[in-house]
Design a protein around this ligand. Sequence first.
Ligand SMILES: [Mn+2]
Length: 327
Amino acid sequence: MYGLDDDAKSARFHVYSVPFEATTSFRQGTARGPDAVFRASHQVELFDLEFGRPYESGIAWIGTPEGVEDLNRRACELTRSIRAASDANNAIEEATGRVNEIGGELNALVKSVTHLALESDKIPVILGGDHSVPFGAWSAAADAHPGLGLLHFDAHADLRAAYEGFTWSHASAIHNALRELDGIERILQVGIRDICDEELSRIASAEGRVQTVFDHDWARAKLEHRDLFALAARHIATLPDKLWITFDVDGLDRTLCPNTGTPVPGGLDWNDAAVWLQALARSGKRVIGIDLVEVAPGTYRPLGEGWDEIVGARLLYRLMACAMGKV
Ligand SMILES: [Mn+2]
């Protein structure tokens, strides 16, 4: 990956590909994300003017854990049949139950590889796939480091309970983390601009466990020429010392992810994201794991061939720089 030849033993970062998108609700394609990001990584300049030299820590591409592709194929077939049905019936209910079981199996698989990486003192990097993919990784991380913080970049709050009947829906990722993972102490959400009433109440009832920086508030701070670095640093300071970063690429402006599954107008531009990541890298917090989800290489190419994955590969590189803490 990134044109490096690092072996798994010496590399600090272990990158896992998890091409799973069973509950994608609008536009498919993110299961092809990991391979596309891998290919695009070869075009990334290893010296990053702002973020230094993440490659010095060693980045090893571990590949796809055995069984993931099969789970994805089975679950996608079931979701297709559910969506094709005109009304609810017993068969649909049964198929939905099976999708939920498959989601549980995927969680267990991702949890076990993440656990292995953490145990051998590596920084696991999970490349999705949709936003349901990293739940198992967060679970392993929360077990290993109770009191963990989650830094969540996204257009969506992902606080829906069992969206469309799917327990492990991409739209329920943070809801599930709050409900199931006591080891996650606090969540900071950034870029959020698509949210329903139920999700807003969920934030309120979490009593400070979830803190949300809405996109419109960030945009206003920009217009008012406020000190964005200080603003980001203040929010990051409220997180625990150990963090997992979960980055849904649709938190970025849509021009940076034209083929992602559920795009929303607005969002962080490239340099806004850099401000957040610089603030994080300089915060003294320790990043113990990373996931990047919802990158989709598609056929809509307003900015030329391979744009979604070029952005994904560069973003992932910077996320790893944050985990090195040297910027
Ligand atoms: Mn999203």
